[in-house]
Design a protein around this ligand. Structure first.
Ligand code: F6P
Length: 361
């Protein structure tokens, strides 16, 4: 079995459904299969930066019932790049050494970091600088980590968006309205395309495909005037630009800038150019807050166990990925080098076109 190890686990970046099932799988496998100790690190690297350290030893009892819980019991943050950490006075300082010192103070043999491409890049830089043994697990509702076919959280987000679209069909049909559903995804249109097809949307706009508003309005007007159904469902990804190429953003309470507003913009344009009545639904963080889907629970469990097995084999600087029905480990540097947007020649774009869905062009 090898020497007894003490491993840390943290969740970093935006939360998503499936993080708790990973924490559960890692804890179960490390304790029951290997007899190790597991230390949960709170609020991503902030837990290692803070003194006293913000950590919680994890037991089987603690994690047994978190399989169905959204979010992360460890907490997380998508702020706080430790190499340029923003202090309350606005200045930025490098706090990487405090994190590294925190890791060594805990006497950890290895750290499992669950994060998207940004978090994994930061964790790797810390690991290299501080001789930390790191294993990465990819999570993000955006599904944009190139090397893995699926990241944790994506399936649940697609399910939530699909369910919303399902519901909107009934009310849209009752009023012959155009319903615009704005979904998340950052610069990748995976959620929009997957949920749009699964939910039977009539129009899907993704950042990867430039659109022509006149074509979309013609398409909508035809549906209003002809055929059996006179309503339309449009799914639009948050990073879709205006016709003139402007990205729409919203300023949040703390002055932070978030993508958002394209649904409202399109609604105005459609109202001006068609006689259709239009309504907008912005799904926002509901897509992140769901109960993990069975698929996300499976992926999380498989990734968690594989990550612990890699530590047992002392194979570090690896990310676990899902490829061709297998869990495959890949060097972190390779895993994060490609940002994965929608493949325009891939099966889902073909499927959408084959179904007569308007992709805007
Ligand atoms: O990357 C995940 C994601 O949910 C994006 O789809 C979205 O643009 C962003 O995070 C929202 O971030 P925040 O939680 O900071 O509002």
């Amino acid at each position: 079995m090898g020497a007894k190890k003490r491993i840390g686990i943290l969740t970093s970046g935006g939360d998503c459904a499936g993080l708790n099932p990973v924490i559960r799988a890692v804890t179960h496998c490390a304790i029951t299969k290997y007899g190790w100790e597991v230390i949960g690190i709170c609020q991503a690297t902030i837990g290692l930066m803070t003194r006293p350290l913000k950590v919680m030893p994890l037991t089987i009892n603690q994690v047994d019932r978190i399989l169905t819980m959204g979010g992360t019991i460890l907490g997380t943050t998508n702020k706080g790049d430790p190499f340029a950490y923003q202090m309350p006075d606005g200045s930025k300082i490098d706090r990487s050494e405090e994190i590294i010192e925190g890791y060594h103070q805990l006497g950890l043999d290895a750290l499992i970091g669950i994060g998207g491409d940004g978090s994994l890049a930061i964790l790797r830089q810390l690991a290299q600088q501080g001789k930390m043994n790191l294993i990465g697990i990819p999570k993000t509702i955006d599904n944009d980590v190139g090397i893995t076919e699926r990241s944790i959280g994506f399936d649940t987000a697609v399910n939530i968006a699909t369910e919303a679209i399902d519901r909107l069909h009934f009310t849209a049909a009752s009023h012959n309205r155009v319903m615009i559903v704005e979904v998340m995804g950052r610069d990748a249109g995976h959620i929009a395309l997957n949920a749009g097809i699964a939910g039977g949307a009539h129009i899907i706009l993704i950042p990867e495909i430039p659109y022509n508003l006149a074509n979309i309005c013609d398409f909508i007007q035809k549906r209003q005037d002809e055929g059996q159904e006179h309503y339309s469902i449009m799914v639009v990804s948050e990073a879709v630009c205006t016709e003139t190429g402007q990205t729409l953003e919203q300023i949040e309470s703390l002055g932070e800038i978030r993508l958002g507003g394209i649904g409202q913009y399109l609604a105005q344009k459609i109202t001006q150019s068609t006689n259709a009545e239009t309504r907008v639904t912005v799904l926002g963080h509901t897509q992140r807050g769901g109960i993990p889907s069975p698929l996300d629970r499976l992926l999380a469990s498989a990734f968690g166990v594989a990550a612990v097995d890699l530590i047992a084999q002392e194979q570090y600087d690896q990310v676990v990925t899902w490829q061709n029905r297998q869990v495959v480990s890949v060097p972190i540097a390779e895993a994060i080098k490609d940002y994965c947007t929608v493949d325009l020649d891939g099966p889902l774009v073909k499927t959408a076109r084959g179904l007569g869905i308007c992709l805007g062009n």
